[in-house]
Design a protein around this ligand. Structure first.
Ligand code: BMA
Length: 824
C-alpha cells in the first residue's frame, strides 16, 4: 500500500474482520460502514426494515463487536510524523495498533487525530477497534449521575426499552424517534487514514468574509499541529492570488491568519435569488493539500425590536429574503447507506421544490462534508442545530469537555461554507423542561443545568465563528429566555404542532402568526410501492402489527384516518387510503404555508417538518424513504413558488381575500383571473385584474364574498406574466371536499417525446381534483396533483431521477392516473 502522494495519506478503509466472541460470529465488514450493513450482506440478520424485524435484530446493538484488519506499510510510508485519523467512530471504542491501546473514542461527532509516530512498522501491522455496548454504558452513566436526567419519550415506542441517549454522544435518533426505527448502529464512517507529515499537519482551514463596497476581505485562518519546532511552507491560492510563506512554528498548535481581498466579487445567492458562484481556495501545507469552495455573500439575522415585538429574518447581500424549506433528518438508519448519490438526489428534490433553506435537526447528526458542498452548489441555506434534542443533558465536567471538543471541531470544519446560515443550540430542549415530572418539579435545577451547556455552545460559536449568529434553541423566544414560548408568535422562531398533535382543524394554522415557523407538520402514509417493500399483502391494513410498527408516533395512524373523516369521504380500500392520506397531508401544510407567506413581512420563514425519511414509515415527510416524491412535495413546489397567489378566508369563512406574494427580487406584472368553477366543468369569471406586485411583498389582489358561489362551485385562480405566459394556478374550496358531489371523470394520458424529453398530456371529461400521474420508473413530473378542468388539457414533462434514461414505452405501460373521486 502506498501513501497518497497528494495528501501523504495511507487509506485504511476497506475490508476488516468483524467478530463477536459472545455470539461466535466472525465475518467481514467493509469500513467505512456499519455492523448492520455487514450482517445483512453476510445473511446473518434479516432486513431490519421489513415487517417487524426491528425486534429480532435488537441483539446486534446489545453485543460487543470487534473490527480488525492488517495493513502493510513500507519504509517510505513511515519516515515522518504519523497521524491516524478516524473522522467518525460510532461510538464507544478502544483503538489498538499492533496490540497497543492508542486511543479511546467516546463521541461519534469528534474526529480523532492520533499521534502514532514510531508505532507503525515497516511490513505488517494490525489495526483493531473494540466496541463497548453503548446502551449499557449509557445506563451505567445515568445510574451514577447524582440526579436523574430524563430521556425523551420519542423513542419509547412499540415496546422497545428506552436508552439513555443523553449520556452518550451519537445521533439521538439512532435509538428510534417518533418516525424512526431503533437500530443503535455501530460503525466507523468518513475518513480512516494514516497521514504522514514532514513537520506539521493541517487541523482546520476557516474562512471569514468581511464585505464592503465592491470588495470582500477573506480572512483565512489555518490551524496546524506541529510535531516539533521548525519551519513549514504554507500556500493559499484563490482567484488568481497566491500567498506563499515559510513560517516558523512551535511544537503543538499554531494558528496562522492571512487576509486576501477579492475585488468586484461575484456574489453568491440562495436558490431562486441568483447564482451560486464558488471561488476555489487551495491550501498547501508542505504538500498536504485541501480545497474549499467559497461562496461570497453577506448573511445577517435581523432580530430586533419592531412594532409587533421582535423581527426574525435573514438578510442576504442586503436583502431580506423569505426562507422556504423544511427540516432534515439523517438520510438512513443504516449509516453505510448514506452516500453522495443519495444525498445529491434528496437535496436536488429540495431545490426542485423551490426551497432555499433546510434545518438540520438536533436529534440527528452533523452531515459529511459533501452534504454542505452540495448545499453551497445548490444555494440551499442551512439552519444548523447542534445535536441536542427533546431532553435534558448532563452538565458535568466530563460531558461538557467532550461537547466542547465536538462543537469546536464541527464549527471549525464547517464555518467556511456559504450555505451555513445559523448555529442553533438545540431542538426543543427548553420546551422539554416542561415535559418530564423530574424537570417540572425541580425547574430551577434543570434550567441551571441547561444553561451550563447552552452558554458553552454560545461561547464556542462566538470564539470560533464570530460572524455567525448563535440562536439558543429551536424554538426560542430569545437570549436568556427560558420560558415556554411555544404559543407566543410575536418573536423568535416557532414550532406549531396543534394541528397534528392536538387534532385541531387545518384552519387553526390561520389563528397563529409566526415570525419564523421552523416546525409544523402533518403525517401521511408512505407511498404504496414503498409499503410493498416492507409489508406482505396480508399486512397492508392500517392497524396490522406491521403497519403499526411502521408508525412510531403513538396514535398516528388513527390521527390520519380520523382526519379523513373530517375532510373527505372515507376511502374504499387501503390503496386509496394511502393515496388520500397524501392529499390530506399536502392540504394541511399548504394551508399553513400559503397563509404564513401571505403575512409577509411579519413571517419571514417557513420550514415544514420534515422533508425526508430515515426508513420506510408513516411520517410527516414529503419525500418517501428512497427519495420518491409524495404528493405534498409536488404541492410544495407550487406553494413555495416565488410568485404565488393564495386565498385567505376570513375566520367565519364568509369572504376570501386573494393575496399576491412576490418573494423574488423583481417587480412582477401579473394578470390574475378569478373564476367560479362548477364541478360539472362550467366556469364563470368573477374578477380579473392586472397588478404590479412589488418585489419582496405580499399584497391584496381582491376580495370576494363566498355566498356568491353556487353549491357545487369552487374558486379557481390563475395568473400570467405581462406576455400572457401562465405562471401559476391555485384554487380554494369553501367547504370540506366530502360535501361536494364529485363527478367521476375519465382522464386520458397521451405520451409524446418533445425535444428529447418525455411529456404527457392529461385531459378530462369532468372536473378532476388532485389528478395525479405515476409511472414505475423513478422520476419527477413537472407538476402533479392538479385540478384538471374539462377543455383545459395540461402537458407535463417527466425527468428520470439519478440521471437515468427511461424508454417512453416503459412510461406508457406503467402509467396510472388517479384523482380524488376514485378514492371512495
Ligand atoms: C418535532 C421534532 C421532532 C419530532 C416532531 C414530530 O417537534 O423536533 O422531535 O419528530 O416534532 O413529533
Amino acid at each position: 500500500m502506498a501513501i497518497d502522494a497528494h495528501n501523504s495519506a495511507l487509506d485504511l478503509s476497506g475490508h476488516f474482520t468483524l467478530t463477536a466472541n459472545s455470539r461466535g460470529i466472525s465475518t467481514a465488514i467493509t469500513l467505512p460502514g456499519d455492523v448492520h450493513g455487514a450482517l445483512l450482506a453476510a445473511d446473518l440478520i434479516p432486513d431490519p426494515y421489513f415487517g417487524e424485524n426491528e425486534k429480532p435484530v435488537m441483539w446486534v446493538n446489545e453485543t460487543a463487536w470487534t473490527m480488525e484488519r492488517s495493513f502493510s506499510a513500507d519504509a517510505t510510508d513511515i519516515d515522518g510524523y504519523l497521524t491516524l485519523t478516524l473522522s467518525e467512530v460510532d461510538c464507544i471504542a478502544t483503538i489498538l495498533l499492533n496490540g497497543e491501546v492508542i486511543a479511546k473514542t467516546d463521541n461519534s461527532f469528534v474526529r480523532h487525530d492520533i499521534d502514532v509516530t514510531g508505532k507503525v512498522r515497516a511490513g505488517e501491522n494490525t489495526l483493531r477497534l473494540e466496541f463497548d455496548i453503548a446502551p449499557d454504558v449509557a445506563k451505567a452513566r445515568a445510574d451514577a449521575h447524582p440526579f436523574p436526567i430524563p430521556f425523551t419519550y420519542n423513542y419509547q415506542t412499540n415496546g422497545l426499552k428506552g436508552i439513555h441517549m443523553n449520556f452518550i454522544r451519537k445521533a439521538a435518533c439512532h435509538a428510534g424517534w417518533d418516525w424512526g426505527i431503533c437500530l443503535m448502529p455501530i460503525g466507523v464512517y468518513g475518513t480512516m487514514s494514516l497521514r504522514k507529515s514532514r513537520l506539521a499537519r493541517q487541523e482546520s482551514v476557516q474562512v471569514d468574509q468581511r464585505h464592503s463596497e465592491g470588495s470582500v476581505d477573506l480572512v483565512i485562518k489555518i490551524r496546524l499541529h506541529a510535531f516539533a519546532a521548525g519551519e513549514v511552507k504554507l500556500e493559499h491560492t484563490i482567484d488568481g492570488q497566491l500567498i506563499a510563506e515559510m513560517i516558523p512554528v512551535d511544537k503543538g498548535e499554531n494558528v496562522l491568519t492571512h487576509t486576501i481581498t477579492i475585488r468586484d466579487p461575484d456574489l453568491w445567492w440562495p436558490a431562486g435569488q441568483g447564482a451560486q458562484p464558488l471561488y476555489e481556495l487551495v491550501t498547501d501545507l508542505d504538500g498536504e493539500i485541501t480545497t474549499r469552495r467559497i461562496g461570497l455573500r453577506k448573511l445577517e439575522w435581523i432580530v430586533e425590536k419592531d412594532e409587533i415585538d421582535h423581527s426574525f429574518k435573514c438578510r442576504i447581500n442586503g436583502r431580506d429574503i423569505t426562507m422556504m424549506g423544511a427540516n432534515w433528518i439523517p438520510a438512513d438508519a443504516i449509516p453505510s447507506r448514506i452516500t453522495p448519490d443519495v444525498i445529491r438526489d434528496l437535496l436536488g428534490s429540495a431545490k426542485a421544490a423551490n426551497m432555499n433553506m433546510l434545518r438540520i435537526w438536533g436529534g440527528g447528526q452533523y452531515e459529511p462534508d459533501y452534504f454542505y458542498d452540495l448545499c453551497d452548489e445548490l444555494g440551499i441555506l442551512i439552519w444548523h442545530d447542534f445535536m441536542f434534542s427533546c431532553m435534558s443533558y448532563p452538565s458535568n465536567r466530563e460531558f461538557l469537555e467532550s461537547v466542547e471538543t465536538e462543537i469546536t471541531q464541527q464549527v471549525r470544519r464547517l464555518s467556511h461554507h456559504a450555505c451555513l446560515a445559523l448555529w442553533c443550540g438545540d431542538n426543543e430542549v427548553i420546551g422539554s423542561l416542561n415535559w418530564y415530572p423530574e424537570t417540572k418539579s425541580q425547574k430551577e435545577r434543570y434550567v441551571a443545568n441547561y444553561d451550563r451547556l447552552n452558554s458553552l455552545l454560545q461561547r464556542i460559536v462566538e470564539d470560533e465563528d464570530p460572524i455567525r449568529r448563535f440562536w439558543p434553541s429551536s424554538p426560542s423566544l430569545g437570549y436568556m429566555d427560558f420560558s415556554d414560548g411555544w404559543h407566543s408568535d410575536t418573536r423568535g422562531d416557532f414550532h406549531y404542532w396543534d394541528v397534528w398533535h392536538s387534532a385541531k382543524s387545518f384552519d387553526a394554522y390561520r389563528t397563529v402568526n409566526p415570525r419564523f415557523a421552523s416546525e409544523f407538520g402533518f403525517q401521511s402514509f408512505t407511498s404504496m410501492n414503498v409499503i410493498e417493500t416492507f409489508a406482505d399483502e396480508k399486512d397492508r391494513n392500517p392497524s396490522s402489527p406491521v403497519m403499526e410498527n411502521h408508525q412510531r408516533n403513538n396514535g398516528g395512524n388513527a390521527r390520519i384516518i380520523e382526519t379523513m373523516t373530517r375532510y373527505f369521504r372515507f376511502p374504499r380500500d387501503f390503496d386509496q387510503m394511502v393515496f388520500l392520506s397524501q392529499i390530506q397531508q399536502g392540504l394541511a401544510i399548504k394551508t399553513a404555508i400559503e397563509y404564513w407567506r401571505s403575512t409577509k413581512p411579519r413571517c419571514m420563514g417557513t420550514l415544514y417538518w420534515q422533508i425526508n425519511d430515515i426508513w420506510p414509515v408513516a411520517s410527516w415527510s414529503s419525500l418517501d424513504y428512497g427519495g420518491q416524491w409524495k404528493l405534498m412535495h409536488y404541492m410544495a413546489r407550487r406553494f413555495y413558488s416565488l410568485v404565488n397567489v393564495v386565498a385567505v378566508p376570513d375566520a367565519e369563512n364568509t369572504a376570501v381575500t386573494l393575496k399576491a406574494v412576490n418573494d423574488s427580487s423583481l417587480l412582477t406584472n401579473s394578470t390574475i383571473v378569478l373564476q367560479a368553477v362548477a364541478l360539472s366543468g362550467s366556469t364563470r369569471e368573477l374578477w380579473s385584474g392586472t397588478l404590479e406586485i412589488p418585489q419582496d411583498t405580499a399584497i391584496v389582489a381582491t376580495e370576494i364574498a363566498l355566498p356568491d358561489l353556487a353549491e357545487d362551485e369552487f374558486l379557481l385562480f390563475s395568473w400570467t406574466n405581462a406576455d400572457g405566459k401562465p405562471l401559476g394556478q391555485n384554487d380554494y374550496f369553501p367547504k370540506p371536499y366530502k360535501a361536494y358531489e364529485l363527478p367521476r371523470p375519465s382522464i386520458s394520458a397521451t405520451w409524446a417525446e418533445v425535444d428529447g424529453v418525455a411529456a404527457v398530456t392529461l385531459d378530462t371529461d369532468a372536473t378532476a381534483l388532485f389528478t395525479t400521474i405515476s409511472v414505475d420508473a423513478p422520476g419527477i413530473f413537472s407538476d402533479n396533483s392538479i385540478t384538471l378542468i374539462p377543455g383545459h388539457p395540461v402537458t407535463l414533462t417527466f425527468t428520470p431521477r439519478h440521471g437515468k434514461t427511461v424508454e417512453i414505452a416503459a412510461l406508457v405501460a406503467s402509467t396510472r392516473v388517479r384523482n380524488l373521486a376514485e378514492t371512495f
